[in-house]
Design a protein around this ligand. Structure first.
Ligand SMILES: [Zn+2]
Ligand SMILES: [Zn+2]
Length: 308
């Protein structure tokens, strides 16, 4: 199961009740924070989320509204006595940005490790000690005014485990979990592959966070079949479509169009311009194209579960 919380939903500048766009995802006691604008810490606290044990901070790009909270968050992790490494991911330019941020934070008592997230994804259980499930974090390029990327998080679901097949093959019960995780084991003098004891792969859970972007094919391709897409919806009016595209953003309708093309289950709109004082007014613009569109708000959360 995957829990997702929208920490903030604002573009450019925070306003009362609306922190800068940011989302937090947890799975099996581990977590990924997507973007970290100014005020993320207090907004997270308000949303009832602790960021102190975040494993990966995945930055979509380096505009201030997405990163200015990072030095403060690292500093608070220090004060909270963190010793485990934290991974920071981002598009090209990450090394330069993190050099500047480390100039602000000074030496930290934990490792800050820079991570490239390739398009075909990283297996988090190989990267983060103790990550319990088969989860893949991937990046994809988006269309903004600077180099930017979105992220796709997938919790894979293995096929149904067959205890009788495992017993037949002489695999001790203590090794069953390893096979269920998709790794091979040595038992009875031979290597046993997961495919020998697992049925056909089942549908997992997929969450996509776009960051700032105009409509683009790499987004709709990467979001294909996602359970949840958290998407740039900076402008509410359809009349602002041209302006949105020029500025590397989307309208509510654009976001809905992307959700429809990608065939996602649910769309959360976020990253609202200050002109969108009440997102609900513009929601019909999205719902007429994609009925499962929802206006995100600070603190909104959802638990995504495997289909039975
Ligand atoms: Zn932004
Ligand atoms: Zn931006």
């Amino acid at each position: 199961m995957v829990d997702v919380t929208l920490i903030g939903t604002a573009a450019l500048a925070p306003i009362p009740g609306r922190a800068l766009s940011c989302a937090f995802l947890t799975c099996g006691g581990h977590s990924v924070l997507f973007d970290c604008g100014e005020g993320t810490q207090s907004a997270a606290r308000k949303a009832g989320v602790s960021l102190m044990k975040t494993d990966i901070i995945a930055l979509t790009h380096y505009h201030g509204d997405h990163i200015f909270g990072l030095p403060g968050l690292l500093q608070t992790m220090f004060s909270a006595g963190r010793t485990e490494p934290v991974y920071i991911a981002g598009p090209e330019g990450l090394f330069t940005v993190m050099s500047l941020i480390s100039g602000l934070t000074g030496n930290l008592p934990f490792d800050v490790r820079l991570a490239e997230i390739p398009a075909d994804g990283l297996r988090l259980c190989e990267m983060i000690p103790g990550w319990p499930y088969e989860c893949i974090l991937s990046s994809f390029p988006v269309k903004h005014r600077c180099i930017a990327q979105g992220y796709s998080f997938t919790l894979n679901r293995a096929g149904k485990f067959s205890p009788s097949k495992a017993q037949e093959l002489g695999v001790p019960v203590t090794m069953w979990k390893i096979l269920q995780k998709g790794e091979s084991v040595f038992a009875d003098g031979k290597e046993i592959q997961p495919s020998q004891v697992l049925g056909e792969k089942r549908r997992g859970i997929k969450v996509v966070f776009t960051g700032d972007t105009a409509m683009c094919e790499s987004l709709t391709d990467s979001a294909e079949g996602a359970d949840l897409m958290i998407c740039d919806a900076t402008y509410g009016n359809d009349s602002e479509a041209e302006k949105a595209t020029e500025r590397g953003h989307m309208t509510f309708s654009h976001a809905a169009e992307c959700a429809k093309i990608a065939g996602v289950k649910t769309l959360w709109l976020t990253h609202y311009s200050q002109s969108v004082t009440d997102p609900a007014i513009f929601l019909p613009n999205a719902q007429k194209i994609f009925p499962e569109s929802i206006c995100g708000y600070d603190g909104m959360s959802s638990t995504l579960r495997f289909e039975s």
